[in-house]
Design a protein around this ligand. Structure first.
Ligand SMILES: [Ca+2]
Ligand SMILES: [Ca+2]
Length: 208
């Protein structure tokens, strides 16, 4: 009887021991799994922050590249990359029209583009315009519309005290009806009636 009881107790002890060992090994597995998940989460977070850092660095590089390109664009096109039909000369931008119109209409068209009919006040500017207009007639911002014989630039400045480049014998106010000036052969100036239609030159300061 005692022997049987002893054997029972021994079996119970073994079973408990077996259960305890099984529990311990299961716990170890769970702990290892939990540690693995934790490691994966840490790696994921680290990767994410690294990706985000690289992405922000990439954005900065893109911005820098854009800034460099933009400054290159302005070096290549000082009147603005979006205004390539304007030509740069000595701090100013000039537009040489592609169609002919009256002096008044030309004045308005320049103003619509935030510019004014060209004022030629130096030899350098005269040479630039002469080379560019190639003996064709282009309106400039000079007229004696307000008072006959008093030639004034469009900004109100008096042309007689500054640089002039009239063709010989001009301005002649032919038929008492020539009040607007244009450049012509060799870039020389002539007065003609203001409703005459020819090309025109607009001028404005270059963008800062
Ligand atoms: Ca006149
Ligand atoms: Ca004339």
């Amino acid at each position: 009887m005692d022997k049987e009881r002893l054997q029972d107790e021994l079996r119970i002890f073994r079973d408990r021991n077996f259960l305890r060992q099984k529990l311990r090994s299961s716990l170890t597995v769970y702990v290892l799994l939990a540690l693995s998940y934790l490691l994966i989460v840490i790696l994921f977070v680290v990767s994410l922050s690294r990706v985000s850092m690289l992405s922000s660095q990439l954005n900065e590089m893109r911005k820098e590249l854009k800034r460099n390109n933009s400054s290159n664009d302005f070096k290549l096109f000082p009147c603005g990359p979006e205004a390539r039909e304007w030509e740069y000369f000595s701090g100013k931008c000039y537009y040489f029209s592609l169609h002919a119109t009256s002096w008044q209409r030309a004045k308005e068209l320049c103003e619509e583009e935030h510019s004014f009919l060209a004022i030629i006040n130096s030899h350098a500017k005269q040479n630039f315009i002469m080379y560019r207009t190639r003996n064709q007639r282009f309106w400039i911002g000079l007229s004696d519309r307000n008072a006959e014989g008093e030639w004034k630039w469009i900004d109100g400045s008096d042309s007689t005290t500054g640089f002039t480049y009239w063709k010989e014998g001009e301005p002649n106010n032919s038929d008492q009806n020539e009040d607007c000036a244009h450049v012509w052969t060799y870039g020389e100036w002539n007065d003609v009636h203001c409703t005459y239609e020819c090309y025109y030159i607009c001028e404005k300061p270059a963008p800062p």
